[in-house]
Design a protein around this ligand. Structure first.
Ligand SMILES: [Zn+2]
Length: 125
Protein backbone atom coordinates (compact mmCIF):
# COMPACT_ATOMS: atom_id res chain seq x y z
CA UNK A 1 0.00 0.00 0.00
CA UNK A 2 1.28 3.44 -0.88
CA UNK A 3 1.96 5.93 1.95
CA UNK A 4 -0.92 8.11 0.73
CA UNK A 5 -3.38 5.22 0.65
CA UNK A 6 -2.18 4.15 4.10
CA UNK A 7 -2.78 7.67 5.45
CA UNK A 8 -6.25 7.77 3.88
CA UNK A 9 -7.06 4.35 5.35
CA UNK A 10 -5.92 5.55 8.80
CA UNK A 11 -8.10 8.67 8.47
CA UNK A 12 -11.10 6.53 7.48
CA UNK A 13 -10.49 4.28 10.49
CA UNK A 14 -10.20 7.28 12.83
CA UNK A 15 -13.36 8.80 11.38
CA UNK A 16 -15.19 5.49 11.80
CA UNK A 17 -13.93 5.26 15.38
CA UNK A 18 -15.17 8.78 16.10
CA UNK A 19 -18.59 7.93 14.62
CA UNK A 20 -18.83 4.95 16.98
CA UNK A 21 -17.82 7.20 19.91
CA UNK A 22 -20.41 9.79 18.81
CA UNK A 23 -23.18 7.19 18.65
CA UNK A 24 -22.22 5.75 22.05
CA UNK A 25 -22.42 9.23 23.56
CA UNK A 26 -25.71 10.00 21.78
CA UNK A 27 -27.59 6.83 22.66
CA UNK A 28 -26.01 6.68 26.12
CA UNK A 29 -27.38 10.16 26.79
CA UNK A 30 -30.78 9.18 25.39
CA UNK A 31 -31.09 5.88 27.27
CA UNK A 32 -28.87 5.91 30.36
CA UNK A 33 -28.90 9.50 31.61
CA UNK A 34 -32.72 9.58 32.02
CA UNK A 35 -32.36 6.52 34.25
CA UNK A 36 -29.76 8.38 36.29
CA UNK A 37 -32.04 11.45 36.51
CA UNK A 38 -34.92 9.25 37.64
CA UNK A 39 -32.75 7.59 40.27
CA UNK A 40 -31.46 10.97 41.50
CA UNK A 41 -34.71 12.94 41.52
CA UNK A 42 -37.47 10.33 41.41
CA UNK A 43 -37.19 9.20 45.05
CA UNK A 44 -39.45 6.20 45.61
CA UNK A 45 -41.16 6.56 42.21
CA UNK A 46 -37.97 6.55 40.17
CA UNK A 47 -39.11 3.62 38.04
CA UNK A 48 -42.21 5.50 36.85
CA UNK A 49 -40.16 8.64 36.26
CA UNK A 50 -37.65 6.60 34.24
CA UNK A 51 -40.39 5.11 32.06
CA UNK A 52 -41.90 8.56 31.45
CA UNK A 53 -38.53 10.11 30.60
CA UNK A 54 -37.63 7.27 28.25
CA UNK A 55 -41.08 7.64 26.64
CA UNK A 56 -40.28 11.26 25.79
CA UNK A 57 -38.13 9.81 23.02
CA UNK A 58 -41.47 9.81 21.19
CA UNK A 59 -40.81 13.43 20.26
CA UNK A 60 -38.61 11.91 17.57
CA UNK A 61 -41.82 10.92 15.78
CA UNK A 62 -41.67 14.39 14.24
CA UNK A 63 -38.87 13.01 12.06
CA UNK A 64 -41.60 11.17 10.15
CA UNK A 65 -42.74 14.53 8.77
CA UNK A 66 -39.36 15.12 7.08
CA UNK A 67 -38.10 13.97 3.73
CA UNK A 68 -35.96 11.96 3.96
CA UNK A 69 -37.10 10.67 7.35
CA UNK A 70 -33.49 10.04 8.42
CA UNK A 71 -30.52 12.06 7.31
CA UNK A 72 -27.35 11.47 9.32
CA UNK A 73 -25.96 14.85 8.26
CA UNK A 74 -29.03 16.80 9.38
CA UNK A 75 -29.23 18.46 12.80
CA UNK A 76 -32.66 17.83 14.28
CA UNK A 77 -32.48 20.91 16.54
CA UNK A 78 -34.36 23.74 14.89
CA UNK A 79 -35.40 21.51 11.97
CA UNK A 80 -38.10 19.21 13.32
CA UNK A 81 -41.17 20.86 14.96
CA UNK A 82 -40.77 19.17 18.36
CA UNK A 83 -37.05 20.06 18.36
CA UNK A 84 -37.45 23.84 18.04
CA UNK A 85 -36.95 26.67 20.50
CA UNK A 86 -40.74 27.03 20.76
CA UNK A 87 -41.10 23.41 21.71
CA UNK A 88 -38.29 23.82 24.25
CA UNK A 89 -40.17 26.73 25.82
CA UNK A 90 -43.26 24.54 26.16
CA UNK A 91 -41.16 21.77 27.74
CA UNK A 92 -39.63 24.33 30.10
CA UNK A 93 -43.07 25.65 31.05
CA UNK A 94 -44.18 22.13 31.93
CA UNK A 95 -41.53 22.13 34.68
CA UNK A 96 -43.65 24.68 36.55
CA UNK A 97 -46.59 22.26 36.83
CA UNK A 98 -46.60 20.83 40.37
CA UNK A 99 -47.07 17.22 39.28
CA UNK A 100 -44.10 14.82 39.15
CA UNK A 101 -45.27 13.07 35.98
CA UNK A 102 -45.49 16.36 34.07
CA UNK A 103 -42.10 17.40 35.42
CA UNK A 104 -40.67 14.07 34.28
CA UNK A 105 -42.01 14.81 30.78
CA UNK A 106 -40.44 18.26 30.96
CA UNK A 107 -37.04 16.99 32.06
CA UNK A 108 -37.12 14.12 29.58
CA UNK A 109 -37.93 16.39 26.64
CA UNK A 110 -35.38 19.04 27.62
CA UNK A 111 -32.71 16.39 28.09
CA UNK A 112 -33.64 14.92 24.73
CA UNK A 113 -33.06 18.30 23.05
CA UNK A 114 -29.75 18.74 24.90
CA UNK A 115 -28.64 15.30 23.76
CA UNK A 116 -29.59 15.99 20.15
CA UNK A 117 -27.81 19.36 20.33
CA UNK A 118 -24.65 17.69 21.60
CA UNK A 119 -24.90 15.23 18.72
CA UNK A 120 -25.15 18.16 16.27
CA UNK A 121 -21.99 19.66 17.77
CA UNK A 122 -20.12 16.36 17.57
CA UNK A 123 -21.31 15.92 14.00
CA UNK A 124 -19.55 19.12 13.00
CA UNK A 125 -16.16 18.03 14.31
ZN1 LIG B 1 -34.50 13.88 18.86
Amino acid sequence: MSPIRGAVARCDTMEHGFDIFRHLIHYGCHLLVPLAFARLFGKDRWRGAAVIMLATMCIDLDHLMATPVFDAARCSIGFHPLHTLWAALVYLTLAAVPEWRVRAVSLGCLWHLATDFLDCLLGRL
